[in-house]
Design a protein around this ligand. Structure first.
Ligand code: PNS
Length: 161
């Protein structure tokens, strides 16, 4: 059994993330989407909400499961016996950000990082831009799963109220 981890904050999950998770699921026997539950950034959605959205969005892929994690990602990988961390790269900026993390993780343990090129159509899609555009009334249809878009719109309306 070769298990990989797709880690992230997923605030919220986007179609770009789902593309990478789906492709990772074709390369590995099992993919665990690992949601950072105790990371410092201000979040729009709670860890439980982010996990629930991911579970719904990945429910059609049999070998994907979703879990929260706390602490070092390499410790989580060791605990669940994952051999690789899979990350998507939208462009050079992502590579600059991801490479030192991959090198640090490789320094800490034997876990490998596998980079997958993001699909061209998702190159501009990030959780932070989705939050910003949706907060300012822009249409994010087609960039996130529809149930995620609905929760985004209602959470942002609650925040404005
Ligand atoms: O979606 P993000 O915010 O880019 O995800 C970043 C994440 C969660 C993958 C990264 O911050 C992470 O792995 N955090 C866990 C703590 C850790 O292991 N830090 C050292 C990384 S070298």
């Amino acid at each position: 059994m070769r298990r990989a981890v797709c880690p992230g904050s997923f605030d919220p999950v986007t179609n770009g993330h789902l593309d990478i998770v789906g492709r990772a699921a074709k390369l590995f026997d099992e993919v665990v989407v690992a949601v950072g539950v105790n990371m410092s950034k201000n979040r729009l959605f709670t860890p439980d909400e982010r996990i629930a959205m991911l579970r719904e969005a990945t429910s059609g892929i049999a070998n994907v499961r979703v879990s929260g994690f706390d602490g070092l990602i390499v410790d989580f990988c060791r605990e669940i016996e994952a051999v690789a961390i899979v990350k998507g790269l939208r462009g050079a900026g992502d590579y600059e950000y991801e490479l030192p993390m991959a090198q640090m993780n490789s320094h800490l343990t034997a876990v490998e990082t596998v980079f997958l090129p993001g699909a061209v159509g998702n190159a501009f899609v990030s959780s932070s831009l989705i939050r910003e555009v949706a907060a300012l009334g822009g249409d994010v249809r087609g960039l996130v799963p529809e149930p995620v878009r609905e929760q985004l719109v209602s959470r942002l309306a609650e925040r404005r109220a």
